[in-house]
Design a protein around this ligand. Structure first.
Ligand code: HSE
Length: 319
């Protein structure tokens, strides 16, 4: 095999109370990478579609390129890789756009090289790419993007990444407002010190959420899905956030918060039907803002990246 096409999914990082520690993968949207093995050494971005020419074409500045360069160096690989990137998800959306590109490129390249590494072994290269994109090597997008499902980053040093059990019928609604928030900016506005009493509430909620997911205790998931530290600050960047969240909860979502660093907003529900109903309510609430939006509805993606058949095109908003 000399060439391969891989899809890697969007991810919801933080999941309310797990800042930089918890994330999960969804089925759509996501990015597509076509990678081709070459006798010419080095990593090249041969083209990018869907980015309105905004992403760097130099491999050492592009997350897909940075990740694959680190992988090739680690493997001491003499051959090269040509990467064609199809951005099928919005930039600056809070849905792990940079992570989807690096994960797709890593998975594709590893496959072309005969699969020398396990997925979790590629994580440090994807984290390096995150750091190049926004200055922080957080793993709560790249880890679920690579491994699928819900993933807890219990420790960054040493890296300790845990796949968390979750109920089969758990579904996610995403409202992506048509505005852009750069992760770097959304991190810069955060308070660097937090009150001990707030920290206690936050880590208790995270523990409750992990327990609730493992036991399929939806009441517990619902009670725990709160972010009292970051959401109050970051939600100021999202027009109509309180209305969107209120509409999601009123229509029966288990909970609702900011996806990653925003501006997308996610809600969890107990079925696809409920998640669609929640999506309609969120869209309706956001329409008052006179801004466009997309809604994605998805079960949890337990797989992460996958090889596409030649004519498969997996990405379209629900409504
Ligand atoms: N945990 C990161 C943040 C995710 O909230 O800044 C960025 O997508």
């Amino acid at each position: 095999m000399n060439s391969i096409r891989v899809f890697a999914p969007a991810t919801v990082a933080n999941v309310a109370c797990g800042f930089d520690s918890l994330g999960f993968a969804i089925h759509q949207p996501g990015d597509i990478v076509e990678a081709t093995l070459s006798k010419t050494p080095g990593v090249r971005i041969t083209g990018i579609t869907g980015d309105e020419k905004r992403l760097p074409r130099e491999a050492e500045k592009n997350t897909a390129g940075v990740a694959v360069m680190a992988l090739m160096e680690h493997l001491d690989e003499a051959r090269g890789v040509d990467i064609m990137l199809h951005k099928r998800m919005p930039l600056g959306s809070g849905l792990g756009s940079s992570a989807a590109s690096s994960v797709a490129a890593l998975y594709a390249t590893n496959q072309l090289l005969g699969g020398p590494l396990q997925k979790h072994e590629m994580l440090p290269f994807a984290m390096k790419a995150e750091a190049s994109a926004c200055g922080s090597p957080h793993a709560d997008n790249v880890a679920p993007g690579l491994l699928g499902g819900f993933v807890l980053i219990r420790s960054y040093d040493p890296l300790d990444v845990i796949s968390i059990d979750y109920p089969d019928n758990l579904c996610c609604t995403i409202l992506h407002p048509h505005i852009e928030v750069r992760t770097e900016d959304s991190r810069r506005i955060l308070r660097k010190h937090i009150k001990l009493s707030d920290a206690v509430i936050q880590w208790s909620n995270l523990a409750g959420l992990i327990a609730g997911l493992g036991k399929a205790d939806f009441e517990l998931i619902s009670r725990s899905l709160n972010d009292i530290i970051f959401e109050p600050v970051r939600s100021l960047l999202i027009p109509g956030f309180d209305k969107i969240k209120g509409a999601a909860i009123a229509s029966g979502a288990l909970g609702c918060s900011i996806s990653g660093s925003g501006p997308s907003v996610f809600a969890l529900s107990t079925s696809m039907d409920k998640a669609r109903e929640v999506g309609l309510a969120m869209k309706q609430a956001f329409s008052e803002m006179q801004l466009g939006s997309d809604i994605y509805v998805s079960a949890i993606n337990s797989i992460g990246p996958r090889i596409l058949t030649p004519d498969e095109d997996p990405v379209a908003p629900e409504f």
